[in-house]
Design a protein around this ligand. Structure first.
Ligand SMILES: *Cc1c(COP(=O)(O)O)cnc(C)c1O
Length: 393
């Protein structure tokens, strides 16, 4: 067998992540590897921590990227804060809420599930009722930006409710960070995790996390050791917290961290507010174009995520064949529906570097041409123009 270098095809990434990675970030990851305890590298780690505090809008000392994808950030929050016998209220309105419940169970704790229909936001009333029914709950866990449905929930109200009930808040904002306001201190959130391959537009593989001082105290005062050695914050912080001299825990993914540093520098250059406004503006242009074609959105206007657009598949259309044609004919990747929404929606991502006028117009033109070829009942010749009018307004 002869094996040669892998050459990835040229793609336009408009699914639920990863998103397109800027050449500056790719170039950063190609710089020479240095030792992970090299003083120059340590200085860069400190910059990453402070850039992440900016991205998360927090002063939390305990803010760093876990050396593994978003799912590991999720796991880090649960295994450090939850102990056997705890009760945790878990709000579920999509795939990622289900995974939170799975984490609670594996910590030996009891999940109290609050369910909402997929495609709708988390009901504050139901969560309030769950706190009344479970006064001793240790934590509330919820997904701020549900990538499986394209729904945004009210993180501030949910975190406030948890704090008022004496519970910690555990927040998944893997898809939120860099795309919509994530204001950890203003929310009063306790444990928040994200990912690099969504609106931060890095390669996948790192999970920025931040913990409040209150959460850090909970970790310090645990009755039982954290069951995961790799994710045990008390050990990881010996490495990420330079104050006592950095000690070896695991070898940091050096080049991946160069990439994250560069992406965060770019976010800082653009400015968080400008990045949020860009996502909002292009989302409106995309939706205007989709609606001009006669397509419908899954989520009510008030709860839509700009960076993840769930579009209903028109009657009689083979959704997988459309995605395949977009990939084969145009190099465009969009996402399929998950779980209860499989076959019913497409998920069009406008995340980070994949959120530009070029992406919106290209996607609309390619989708329209493909649907027309599949004889779907849509209006043709209007979508791109409608989106461009929206962008010019
Ligand atoms: C992508 C995603 C995750 C998981 O991140 P991985 O990097 O795939 O492990 C978790 N939660 C949400 C909301 C996500 O969108």
């Amino acid at each position: 067998m002869t094996v040669s270098s892998f050459q990835p095809p040229a793609r336009v990434l408009m699914g639920p992540g990863p998103s397109d990675v800027h050449p500056r970030v790719l170039a950063a990851t190609a710089r020479p590897t240095v030792g992970h305890l090299d003083p120059a590298f340590s200085a860069m780690m400190d910059e990453i921590k402070s850039l992440l505090r900016y991205a998360f809008q927090t002063e939390n000392a305990l803010t760093f990227p876990v050396s593994a994808p978003g799912s590991a950030g999720m796991e880090a929050c649960f295994v450090n804060l939850i102990e056997p016998g705890d009760t945790v209220i878990v709000a579920i309105n999509g795939v990622f809420g289900l995974r939170m419940k799975e984490n609670v169970l594996r910590c030996g704790a009891t999940p109290v599930v609050v369910e909402d229909d997929w495609g709708t936001a988390i009901s504050l009333d139901k969560v309030a009722q769950a706190f009344r029914d479970n006064p001793g709950a240790r934590a509330l866990a919820f997904v701020h930006a549900e990538t499986s449905t394209g729904v945004r929930s009210d993180a501030k109200a949910l975190c406030t409710m948890a704090a008022e009930s004496g519970a910690l808040s555990i927040v998944d904002t893997v898809t939120g960070l860099g795309g919509i306001p994530v204001q950890v201190d203003d929310w009063g959130a306790d444990a928040v995790y994200s990912g690099t391959q969504k609106c931060l537009s890095c390669p996948p593989g790192l999970s920025p996390v931040t913990f409040s001082d209150r959460a850090a105290d909970v970790v310090r005062n645990r009755k039982t050791p954290v069951q995961s050695w790799f994710l045990d914050l008390s050990l990881v912080m010996g490495y990420w917290d330079g104050s006592g001299g950095r000690s070896y825990h695991h070898t940091a993914p050096v080049n991946a961290l160069y990439g994250l540093h560069e992406a965060l520098v770019m976010l800082r250059e653009e400015g968080l507010e400008a990045a949020w406004a860009r996502h909002d503006r292009l989302h409106h242009a995309l939706v205007t174009g989709l609606q001009a074609m006669g397509l419908e959105m899954l989520v009510d206007e008030d709860h839509r995520l700009p960076q993840l657009n769930a579009v209903c598949v028109p009657e009689g259309v083979d959704e997988a064949a459309v995605r395949k044609a977009l990939l084969d004919d145009y190099g465009i990747e969009i996402g399929a529906g998950l779980g209860a929404l499989a076959g019913k929606v497409w998920r069009i991502g406008l995340m980070g570097q994949s959120c530009t006028p070029r992406h919106v117009t290209l996607c609309l033109a390619a989708l329209e041409g493909t649907l027309a070829r599949f004889q779907a009942n849509i209006a043709t010749g209007q979508a791109v123009a409608a989106a461009q009018r929206a962008l010019a307004a």
